[in-house]
Structures are given as C-alpha cells and as structure tokens.
Design a binder for this molecule. Structure first.
Ligand SMILES: Cc1cc2nc3c(=O)[nH]c(=O)nc-3n(C[C@H](O)[C@H](O)[C@H](O)COP(=O)(O)O)c2cc1C
Length: 240
C-alpha cells in the first residue's frame, strides 16, 4: 500500500469518525425504538484458559442446549466479543469494519428465565457504554422461532442474538460496494467472534440466515436489516 492509499483508507475514516462523534452522529437516524431502561454489563474478561487454537479446533454449530439460564457475565462477554470497544482512543472494536464505519447493531432477545437477573425482553447493546438498553419487554422467543421458519433451536435457546445492519453508515463512504460486500463480510467476522467466545464460555450457538426479514424487523421494532439470528444456550455436556 503506498502512502496515498494509506491516507485515504486509514486516516480519512479515522478523522471522519472523530468528526461525526464530535457532532453526535450515531448513524441511527432511522426508526429507533425508545429505550425503556438500561442495564450495566459486567466488564469483559480479556483472557481465559481456552486457547484460540483450541476454540477454532472444537467449534461447531450447536442446536441443542441445556435448560439452564445464562449469566449476565456471559451476556456481557458475548456482547464484547461481537462489537465491544477494544481501543478507547479511536473506538475500534473486537471485529474489523471497513473504514471503521461500524454498520452493525447487536440485539439480545432474552426469553423468560433465559438470563439470571435479566427480565425477558429485547435489549440493544451500546458498545461505548458496555450497557444494554431495554427496547421491548416480554418473551419473543416463540415469535422469533416462527420468523426463522420454525427452527426450534431458536425457541429452545436461553437467548438469541440478532445482528442488524444500517447500510448507510458504510455506503455513504463506499457506495454500493459497501452494501453488497463490506457489511456482509463484517457480519461474518462478528458471527465467528461469537462462535469462538461461546466455546470459551462453555456455551453453544448457531448462526441462522434463514428467516423472514420483515418478521424479524417487526419483532425488533427497528428499521434496520437483520442479517443473523444466533440462538445461544448452555452446551449439553460442555466442550471439553
Ligand atoms: C450464512 C450462514 C447461514 C446459516 N443458516 C443456518 C440456518 O438457517 N439454520 C441452521 O440451523 N444453521 C445455519 N447455518 C449453520 C450451518 O448449517 C453450519 O455452519 C454448517 O452445517 C457447518 O457446521 P459447523 O458450523 O458445525 O461447522 C448457517 C451458516 C451460515 C454461514
């Protein structure tokens, strides 16, 4: 990469991100659900006894779970793995993003007794604050299962993570290439982060791409494009 390309690719996005942050642009200029309350997540761990090689070796899509709740620590860890801030200075995150435009949003659809200490509802992750905001109360797990062509692991999981995209955050800089490539590449990075983090937490998950977009949007109540639904539960028998 020559000097000019470096400037165009790295510095311009960094300065525009700083500029947008200064004028308070979060890019969530579409229909956004009004938060009903906030939950502080426990700080994420940055180390574990499971090596990255081990996690890569054993990772599988898991569709059967123990009938046990998750902990708030596990939810916080998964949120951080998906989109946590790992560089406070520039706001860079755990998953790469084209020009640091960060088009993805993360939601947790928690079923009744799915997470200890977290009432059933739909929560939106705030990476900067490492907090959840409650956007809808109630158990939406069966509705979500129907939206996912009746894949029963959706309703059996303690919770589902939904990753949505706000394409404009990326297309205003990269045009159509942002929509047909970059944003979809990014959700793959996030999905793999969640898979590997699940192994380390003795949890199981599966990424789901087969669902009715409009139905999932209606459940979330946001005008964002859902890309992945990811059921998560305690893995039967553990990983090791
Ligand atoms: C883009 C994408 C969409 C997928 N959609 C579904 C799905 O709708 N339902 C499902 O049960 N698994 C789904 N999967 C999981 C695959 O079936 C799974 O990754 C594959 O069988 C390989 O198994 P492994 O993940 O255990 O290695 C999807 C995976 C990807 C990458």
């Amino acid at each position: 990469m020559n000097r000019r390309m470096f400037l165009a690719y790295i510095l311009v996005p960094v300065f525009s991100a700083i500029g947008l942050a200064l004028i308070g642009y979060g890019g969530r200029d579409k229909k956004v659900a009004k938060p009903l309350g906030r939950v502080t997540l426990p700080p994420p761990r940055h180390d574990s006894s499971v090596s990255i090689e081990r996690a890569l070796m054993v990772r599988r899509s898991i569709r059967e779970y123990e009938d046990k709740p998750l902990t708030l620590e596990q939810v916080g860890q998964l949120a951080w793995a998906a989109q946590g801030i790992t560089d406070k200075r520039y706001g860079f995150r755990s998953a790469p993003s084209a020009g640091a435009t960060y088009p993805l949003e993360v939601y947790f659809i928690v079923k009744k007794n799915g997470v200890t200490g977290l009432p059933e509802g739909i929560y939106h992750y705030l990476p900067r604050e490492h907090m959840l905001e409650l956007i809808k109360s109630g158990d939406y797990s069966r509705e979500l299962m129907r939206a996912c062509l009746d894949q029963e692991w959706v309703a059996n999981a303690a919770m589902n993570i939904v990753i949505t995209a706000i394409y404009e955050r990326t297309t205003w800089r990269y045009g159509e290439r942002g929509r047909i490539r970059y944003v979809h590449m990014e959700v793959g990075h996030v999905g793999q982060n969640i898979y590997l983090q699940c192994v380390s937490l003795q949890l199981g998950c599966v990424v789901i791409g087969a669902f009715y977009d409009e139905e999932v949007k209606k459940i979330l109540g946001v005008d964002e494009e859902p890309l992945y639904v990811i059921p998560v539960g305690v893995k039967k028998g553990g990983w090791f």
